[in-house]
Design a protein around this ligand. Structure first.
Ligand SMILES: [Zn+2]
Ligand SMILES: [Zn+2]
Length: 187
């Protein structure tokens, strides 16, 4: 099965979200032009700043103010290196907040693909609509998810209990159990 472009770019956003340093929510964003990735970002502190993951979040009015959002970071990366964002598209793990919504519109992005709804602000929805920026829900399917993990696990459990019934060496059996456990809990 060939990965679709939407899933590929969405995977990229989910991958970079793992770089997030804010413990409240890990967000990733990828800006794409003509099916090429031109920038990517995650929510984190300014370069060289302290991280929420080390010092705790800096919360004011229920929001962590320490971090720059993923979308902003991706757009600012384009600004820093002089890459045009006009006519680009953005893939985000979560529906953009109001501030990012405005930055996305203002930087000329024409489409927003998002994997998860996240407090979708009615004014953000309204602004996207009036700016003719399309918002498209693309649920993310992790290509690394093993669809048959459960079947494999129960098969191995069955084999091990058969071995146990045959009274094989206990230490060896224990080692097999531990190995199976390790394989199926590894991420
Ligand atoms: Zn934080
Ligand atoms: Zn935001």
């Amino acid at each position: 099965m060939r990965l679709s472009w939407d899933q590929f770019f969405m995977a990229q956003s989910h991958l970079i979200a793992n770089r997030s340093t804010c413990t409240r929510l890990a967000v990733g964003a990828t800006i794409v032009r003509d099916r090429r990735i031109i920038a990517a970002g995650y929510n984190g502190s300014i370069s060289g700043g302290v991280h929420c993951s080390d010092e705790g979040c800096y919360v004011i009015d229920g929001h962590c103010v320490r971090t720059i959002h993923a979308e902003m970071n991706a757009i600012l990366q384009c600004a820093k290196f002089g890459v045009p964002t006009q006519g680009s598209e953005i893939y985000v793990t979560h529906f953009p907040c109001l501030q990012c919504c405005k930055a996305i519109i203002q930087s000329g992005v024409t489409k927003v693909y998002y994997a998860n709804d996240y407090k979708n602000h009615p004014y953000a929805i309204e602004l996207f609509e009036s700016a003719k920026v399309e918002t498209i829900h693309v649920p993310y399917e992790n290509p690394l998810d093993d669809l048959y993990a459960q079947d494999k696990l129960s098969f191995i459990a069955e084999l091990l209990s058969e071995l146990e019934a045959k009274q094989v060496d206990q230490d060896q059996l224990k080692a097999h159990y531990e190995r199976a456990q390790e394989l199926f809990t590894k991420r």
